[in-house]
Design a protein around this ligand. Structure first.
Ligand code: SF4
Length: 393
């Protein structure tokens, strides 16, 4: 998983992505692009168990959000940052608008339009909306939920370089992200200290070159593909000069939330890379994969990169066996292997997303019965100080 710049004081992702100016999106394209099934929709007259808010009714209206094919950097620029605007577009009840604005003051909303276009208007239970909508529950202090749940800070070899597991180093390439997931385990990470720009990366890679045991370099963040194509290509080229490396891994959510990010230049950089590349996407629900995302994934596959997916088990998002099974099916439909199903990292502000381990075990067992073995992701927990992820299944 990558991790975003998630505090109010951090840099604007759009600025970090190049800060281009451009016309506001113009034409509307609704949820017709959606191809995944939508378990859990169409509820009515229910209480929202995870939000602390109560609603009268949910509708299943299509969202009319501009999803025209403008550049990915313009999509970053025009992403929803104002909770009022998002709630108004999605026709959410007034109480959600007020609370979202209040909570987003601590951890800003950032939701790009192509992602929002896959949500259903009037449905506060929409599994995509749940991932980005600030809720009052984020302000609850819950014992065991901390600002550094997986001990990233203790594992930093140098600022921005995390060495947890043998043979691997994770480079925090940027603090920027193309979506702010409310459950993000790095929402409190000190991104400002990580190396930025060609000169600092060069120095960091020089230090890694001295480690003969290094086999795999992982580009994470934030999201490494928020870098401009020229920056990304420079970084990738520099990394491939490390003689001992056997492969490169990229953790990104950008092709999912803004599929236009898969540009010709990005594809060229992957095709010309001398090392095998593994791309780990982050998709939590089948409804995230619409036609444009499927096409972006197909283009990435055409580079011969291996595509894997990691999902986080999230209360109110994908905590039903139907949802998890459909996610695996949909991933396989588009050529992505289900890789990890993460038990939630216990980050402060995200306790309302946690699925108790006993319930998760039941879900995983049911999933195992309904899917071929290769379609069942490894259910894991990232334990602070562990020598590897702990397999819970
Ligand atoms: S995509 Fe979501 S989980 Fe990944 S880094 Fe960005 S905010 Fe965190």
């Amino acid at each position: 998983m990558c991790a975003a710049s998630r505090t109010a004081s951090n840099s604007d992702p759009a600025a970090l992505a190049g800060g281009l100016v451009g016309p506001a999106p113009s034409s509307a394209e609704s949820a017709k692009q959606r191809t995944g099934t939508r378990p859990g929709h169409g509820k009515s007259a229910v209480d929202s168990p995870t939000s602390g808010l109560s609603i009268d009714e949910t509708a299943t209206l299509a969202v009319s959000v501009d999803a025209s094919p403008i550049s990915w950097q313009e999509e970053m620029k025009h992403a929803f940052r104002d909770p009022n605007a998002l709630c108004e577009t999605l026709r959410l009840p007034e109480e959600f608008r007020r609370s979202a604005a209040n909570v987003a003051a601590d951890f800003p909303l950032f939701a790009p339009r192509p992602f929002v276009a896959r949500m259903r208007a009037g449905d506060v239970h929409d599994p995509l909306l749940r991932q980005v909508l600030p809720l009052p529950a984020e302000h609850e202090m819950v014992a065991g939920f901390t600002t550094d749940p997986v001990a990233d800070l203790a594992a930093q070899a140098t600022p921005g370089v995390i060495r947890k597991y043998d043979g691997r180093a994770l480079l925090v390439t940027t603090g920027a992200c193309a979506v702010h997931c409310r459950y993000c385990f790095r929402r409190h990470f000190p991104y400002a200290e990580a190396p930025r720009g060609a000169a600092e990366w060069h120095q960091t890679l020089g230090q890694l070159a001295a480690d003969p045991g290094l086999e795999e370099l992982i580009f994470s963040g934030g999201d490494p593909w928020t870098l401009r194509d020229d920056q990304w290509t420079t970084l990738l080229d520099s990394a491939t000069k490390l003689q001992q490396l056997r492969r490169i891994r990229v953790h990104t959510r950008l092709p999912v939330v803004i599929p236009q990010r898969v540009t010709r230049e990005l594809l060229d950089s992957l095709r010309s890379c001398q090392l095998p590349i593994v791309i780990v996407l982050h998709i939590n629900h089948a409804a995230e994969i619409d036609g444009a995302v499927a096409q972006a994934i197909e283009q990435l596959r055409s580079t011969r990169a291996q595509l894997l997916n990691q999902a986080v088990l999230l209360r109110g998002v994908n905590d039903t066996v139907e949802s998890l099974v459909e996610l695996s099916h949909r991933l396989l439909d588009v050529g992505v292997m289900p890789y990890y199903l993460h038990q939630l990292d216990r980050v402060a502000g995200a306790a309302h997303f946690e699925v108790p381990e006993a319930q998760a075990r039941t879900l995983w067992s049911q999933m195992q019965r309904r899917l071929p073995g290769y379609a069942v992701p490894r259910w894991v927990r990232d334990e602070p100080g562990g020598a590897s992820k702990r397999w819970l299944s």
